[in-house]
Design a protein around this ligand. Sequence first.
Ligand code: CS2
Length: 489
Amino acid sequence: MLTLKDIAREVSSVHLPNYNPLNIQKGIVHFGVGNFFRAHEALYIENILKKEPTWGIVGVGLTNGEHSIQKAAMFKAQDCLYSLTECAPTGERSVRIIAALRDYLLAPENPEDVLDHLSNPDIRIVSMTITEGGYNIDEKTGQFDLQSLAVQHDLKNPEKPETVFGYVVEGLRRRRDRGFKAFTILSCDNLRHNGNIARKAFLGFACARDPELAQWIEQNATFPNSMVDRITPTVTTDIAKQLNTASGLTDTLPVVAEDFRHWVLEDNFADGRPDLASAGVQFVSDVADYEHVKIRMLNASHIMLSFPAILLGYAHVDQAVKDPALKENIENFLTLDVIPTLKAPPGVDLHHYMLTVLNRFSNPAMADQTLRIASDGCAKIQVFWTETVRHILIENRDCSRIAFGIAAYLEMLRGKNILGQTYTTTEPAYTKEQNALIHSNDFSAGLKLPAFDAWRDLDTSVLDAKVIELRKIIRSQGILAALSAIRQP
Ligand code: CS2
């Protein structure tokens, strides 16, 4: 296993940290230590640690299922080191060891340890990648959902929290009572205005817990918005083996990512920040236009591609984007439906952006999984498609591509592709009753799913009829026939 001792010796062709990890102090707590975080934020931090050794990261996992316990043990066993393999579409690869993660805590095993870190004034940033659906916002009301069981638990047991909201707010309560500064709450999830959503969620929780504390947090903590971008596939056991064979390392937690990365951030930090600009972070006064472009073009077309791709039996994104009919559909979706609704940020050409996205999707070296992209479609559809759908409905524009996307999503959820193979989708938000809607023989039943809540206030009759028509075509003649039916003349 990879250890600090290993990185003291040169492993040929693997880049090692340019600082001594033993000299690093902790300055950041991060919730949600997934592959994206390990290939993105952790790498940016890695690149400044030599100059600024006070910004090491403590990772926190909030769940204690078997998988989480195993992951925590693996992190500990390799001193929280791991290898990152970056792959260019040309096939070139480079491997480096990331040592920015200096500790990993499994919150349910020792909640006090997490709260001690959060109330330590050395921790000045609390960042998070807790997924698009993780902010507990009710899309119908746009408000923090106080009724969820986990939130209710934390409101009743504020000093023994279980959710990220409970932990962060209790940590801030202790800092206030001890006369310490608040920290920056930095969301790194693919959300529209992720900082504003985080503010709504954490203040929503804090207000229900103690309005005075909420006021202190509002006045002292900050919630910068950010746009984050780097495609980071799931690492299966086979991929891990291949990565280790290629690198010559014995890493139980290797990560692989594309060679592209981008982070645009608002410069609004409560208690200082590292010099991230020197590591390539772009600081701007308003992230909104960058977020809109990224979410509505890259993430939106990622799901628009993956839903039908799964039905066609494509396991990987690069295979899917090489299918002419699927690629043409993405190009039409972006040029006809999405780009006309966007404002290009300074220096960004939207047509060029589209070509870059398609080129990134075609990177075969990563074997990015269509099922990874399609997971939690319920949250992703709401976050990635809503603005585009609302524009189309309000302006009475051609809704056929979005109807196709919805039809492909609903058919994909049924778990069987055109080759008759079955697969398992991941939809954490759906209840038993909602899952039954997916398998109903009534083609309109699925339209009741919460995935479509964010435009339910508009007249959806034309869209709904088109979805039903396309579902029938997919079921009787297949996905390519449905694509032909919506093809541009
Ligand atoms: C993907 C993202 O899961 C998804 O929906 O679109 O993980 C995507 O790979 C990243 O946002 C790229 O920055």
